[in-house]
Ligand binder design. Structure first.
Ligand code: AMP
Ligand code: MN
Ligand code: MN
Length: 334
């Protein structure tokens, strides 16, 4: 499954929309990661460079790992007000952008909505979309758009865009780390993006609570039939004063255990639901599995939130994951 609406003409249409706007508002997806924030702040600096009044809105606060980004302090959960263009970045469907975005979508007098995204599960919710799952990051797409538009890219924009490229490839360790992605990052470095600092700040640095939570979550890990899973329980997060996003790196860590094809982190939510974070190795595609459970994502990294308590989510999803691993290995051996 691959999805693309890429063409010079599609990108030109988006460039024209952006150039024509004077007061755009940029949204990235909820619980924002480095790509959502890097793409949004990168585009903010590009558009500010063209003299526009730009607002960046996120439904959730930025994690500490992203506070180093230039412009991070300007981000808030802001409604669409007197804006003349809405831009949606890095989220595959309209429910991923939070309440202010949904409110705007339901308002018949809203300004036009454009989307830039690299998820193959993108639903095409915007008036005009550029979706291309060959890109490793939405930030890489924003950079390609800036180059096609011949806009100036200053050090602030370069730093934000490089951060999206670095974080979505988990520092160049995923299989969508292409020569094109490395070219883009090299070019952003030449424009001043501090690569080593970005990797340390954006990925490696952890809070003490996060480090302490790893111990508790890893103690719940089970590895069976090519599937590794672990639980982030409220009681454990509370015990070490960790937040919901802490421990999120564990799912990638478990994917890297020898013999594991698919890993899952089950994150217990305050409201009784369970958030699922999936990772897989190249023979196994977790995007379809996440989609089945109402979420989405990429072949090797996907997620969903299910209206099931933690133990029930484990009871239903682990067998489905094992079936997927078994089918994937039968397919690839055939
Ligand atoms: P995570 O495991 O939260 O880091 O998410 C991995 C990937 O799955 C990201 O690219 C997300 O964009 C995507 N994803 C996570 N949760 C959802 C969801 N509820 N709906 C759609 N996509 C999701
Ligand atoms: Mn993202
Ligand atoms: Mn992304």
């Amino acid at each position: 499954m691959r999805q693309t609406t890429s063409s010079v003409a599609t990108i030109d249409r988006l460039i024209n929309r952006l150039v024509a706007s004077e007061r755009p508002i940029l949204f990235g997806h909820e619980r924002p990661d480095g790509d959502a924030v890097g793409a949004a702040l990168g585009l903010m600096w590009l558009l500010r460079g063209l003299g526009k009044r730009v607002t960046v809105s996120f439904a959730d606060p930025l994690s500490a790992n992203l506070s180093f980004l230039p412009g991070a302090e300007t981000v808030a959960d802001l409604p669409v007000a007197d804006h003349d263009l809405i831009v949606a970045l890095d989220g595959s469907d309209e429910r991923r952008y939070g309440a202010n975005f949904s409110a705007a979508l339901n308002d018949p007098s809203r300004p036009p909505l454009i989307a830039i995204d690299h998820h193959k599960t993108n639903t095409g919710f915007a008036d005009e979309s550029w979706v291309d799952s060959r890109f490793a990051a939405t930030a890489q797409m924003v950079y390609a758009l800036a180059l096609q538009a011949a806009w100036p890219v200053d050090q602030r924009a370069a730093t934000c865009l490089a951060t999206g490229c670095v974080t979505d490839t988990n520092a160049f360790t995923t299989d969508h780390t292409t020569p094109e992605l490395l070219d883009a990052v090299a070019s952003l470095m030449r424009r001043g993006a501090p690569l080593a600092d970005i990797i340390r700040e954006g990925i490696a640095l952890k809070s003490e609570a996060d480090a302490m939570l790893w111990g508790r979550v890893l103690a719940t890990a089970t590895i069976e039939d090519g599937v590794a899973y672990a639980l982030s329980r409220l009681v454990d997060r509370n015990a070490v004063n960790a937040s919901e996003g802490d421990g999120s790196g564990i799912v990638s860590f478990l994917r890297n255990v020898r013999g594991v094809a698919l890993s899952i982190l089950f994150v217990e939510q305050e409201d009784g639901q369970t958030r699922l974070s999936f990772r897989s190795n190249p023979d196994t595609d977790v995007a379809a599995l996440a989609l089945e459970w109402g979420g989405g994502g990429h072949a090797q990294a996907a997620g969903a939130t299910v209206a099931l308590p933690l133990d029930e989510a484990v009871a239903q999803i682990v067998p489905a994951a094992k079936r997927l691993v078994s089918a994937s290995h039968t397919d690839s051996g055939a």
